[in-house]
Ligand binder design. Structure first.
Ligand SMILES: [Zn+2]
Length: 313
């Protein structure tokens, strides 16, 4: 059974007209999904809020307070492209909370896998500060939560967003218990994610970066993705897999683009599912990151969901 975590609260995170990370991304998606014949085969779940203590698994209390205070004062900017509106703290708390709600349901057997249709996204948020449209690092908080509350030791985070998830990398760079694997366009925002960034100290070898040039063909992308999972990920033997699912690798994405067609998100999902079935009894938690093509992101997400549901696309 596949869960879909969603709440209208995410639409209230107001980034302003013209911002690529705007509410229409997921408003279009939820409306499109509701009109589809497979929607009633999904289990729709409203998320709970993440507590400050749970967000503090990754972010220092001072930073959490900064985000809250900016929101409470009516809003402001964290950096040149990361905006906080009056409702953004609340949306961010429920965005992180969706991953925790899904993790609990998966770990108790109420669902096999889940997709969190959330915003703000999270993978650029470092422990110390938000950036790149991200306030709290949803997948990083979920990884620590699963280790702490569900006693899973080795957690794998796969990040197929077109951008390098510098925040997630930072959170676990010296940690051998959380493997971070990212494929991304490079050189590109945020500038990190070179192949020689492999972790430090005890975490050395547990960060895997595959930078790709912008003309990489989809067949090559899938081949490399599959190879890394078959070799490096298999030897890690993750007990739980989390996916940072960005859809800005889609060829028409207005700010990203890495030549993938819509159906490739179905193929990628199948590869990840196979790994989850091998290592973690099929358990998989997917969280939305980027993806900015307003007309087509609903279909990219449909392709991903149908992969999670083991349906053809
Ligand atoms: Zn992105």
């Amino acid at each position: 059974m596949t869960l879909l975590l969603y709440d209208d609260i995410y639409l209230e995170h107001d980034t302003g007209i013209g911002h690529p990370e705007n509410s229409r991304r997921i408003e279009n998606t939820i409306n499109y999904l509701k009109s589809g014949s497979f929607f009633n085969q999904l289990t729709i779940k409203k998320p709970r809020a993440a507590s400050q203590e749970e967000i503090n698994l990754i972010h220092p209390k001072a930073y959490i307070q900064t985000v809250k205070q900016i929101a409470d004062s009516g809003g402001g900017w964290l950096d040149g492209d990361t905006v906080i509106s009056g409702a953004s703290y609340n949306a961010a708390v429920y965005s992180a909370g969706a991953a925790l709600t899904a993790a609990d349901m998966i770990m108790t057997g109420a669902a096999k896998n889940a997709f969190c249709l959330v915003r703000p996204p999270g993978h650029h948020a470092t422990p110390e500060r938000g950036m790149g449209f991200c306030l709290f690092n949803n997948v990083a908080i979920a990884a620590r939560y699963i280790q702490k509350n569900h006693k899973r030791k080795r957690v794998l985070i796969i990040d197929w967003d077109v951008h390098h998830g510098n925040g997630t990398q930072d959170a676990f760079y010296e940690d051998p218990t959380v493997m971070y694997f990212s494929m991304h366009r490079h050189p590109f925002y945020p500038g990190t994610g070179a192949q020689d960034e492999i972790g430090e100290g005890e975490g050395k070898g547990y960060t895997i970066n595959i930078p790709l040039s912008m003309d990489t063909k989809p067949e090559k992308y899938l081949e490399i993705f599959s190879e890394v999972i078959d070799s490096r990920v298999n030897s890690f033997a993750p007990e739980f897999i989390i996916l940072s699912s960005g859809f800005d690798t889609y060829k028409k994405d207005p700010i990203g683009g890495l030549n993938l067609e819509i159906e490739h998100f179905h193929a990628l999902t199948k590869i990840v599912m196979k790994s989850a079935e091998k290592h973690s009894d099929g358990m998989l938690l997917s969280c939305l990151e980027g993806g900015y093509h307003l007309a087509d992101i609903p279909r990219c997400i449909e392709a991903h969901l149908k992969g999670l549901m083991k349906m053809d696309f």
